[in-house]
Design a protein around this ligand. Sequence first.
Ligand code: NAP
Length: 306
Amino acid sequence: MTEKLIIIGSGPAGLTAAIYAARAGLDPLMVEGFERGGQLMITTDVENFPGFPDGIMGPELMEQIRKQAERFGTRILSSDVSKVDFSERPFKIWVGEDEYSAESVIISTGASARWLGIEGEQRLTGFGVSACATCDGFFFRDKELVVVGGGDSAMEEALFLTKFASKVTVIHRRDEFRASTIMAQRVLDHPKIEVIWDTVLTEIFGETVVEGVKLENIKTGETSELATDGVFVAIGHNPNTKVFADQIDLDEAGYILVAPGTTRTSVEGVYAAGDVTDKVYRQAITAAGLGCQAALDAERWLESQH
Ligand code: NAP
């Protein structure tokens, strides 16, 4: 049997696409992936998603949106896609060893923040360790924070965090920033920001919340400790596009290219939405918006085919 629409990925983009597609009668099949729910599953309070004046926990928000998608008949496979073939229609999608076929596809596999992989980082994620200042900065009013990284994301996170924090320390592994000159200069000029060069974090410590970091100067080998209330890791994101790499056009960083103002990819009938196409906004609400667009794009295209 050929599905009308298969949605790959189950963050805000995929689930919103599923709600719209299911209500449009497309009877979508969602392959939610083993890391179901996406990046919000590793967030604690979400206070910027409209409709929740008292905030909501990230996993609970995703559970609610998932229920809403199921209520309209979305079928969900709790597995990862292992391979796709978009070279002819219907498109083929393998989930483990099982082959599925679909007239149209929405890819919403998101992006994953890169992590340092050091002791304490995983354990304290959501308890002072974050990869998203826009999401979590608000909780650190008058606190001292650390930002790790030297690219534009790190500069942006550091500058954003100065709105709340009393002090922000940017820790970078080299002696110059990779970021654009203007962003770097803003950071260097900011009275609340201090920069520690040539230094890596070796551990994030704290009993139940972040209390500090252990540092190592990679030029001198000198080690030290710095007390801090939070650590924002801003060393980039990786879009989850490995299985699509030889099937649709990606940009140099691996994000799926879409026609401007649409969710159309380089393959007719295949759409992409959410962080897998977006390295600028990366918000749950913008991803949800793109998911809605993708479902409408797919619906209209399917209609035009019949
Ligand atoms: P990026 O440019 O790849 O920078 C990543 C930074 O993290 C680099 O400074 C890198 O150090 C450091 N890093 C990577 N792995 C590390 C590790 N394991 N330990 C310690 N440090 C590590 O990533 P990005 O900042 O997310 O930016 C991605 C793209 O989006 C860029 O093209 C950027 O210009 C763009 N962007 C633009 C804006 C804006 O214009 N407003 C905002 C955000 C992002 P090294 O420098 O030593 O490699």
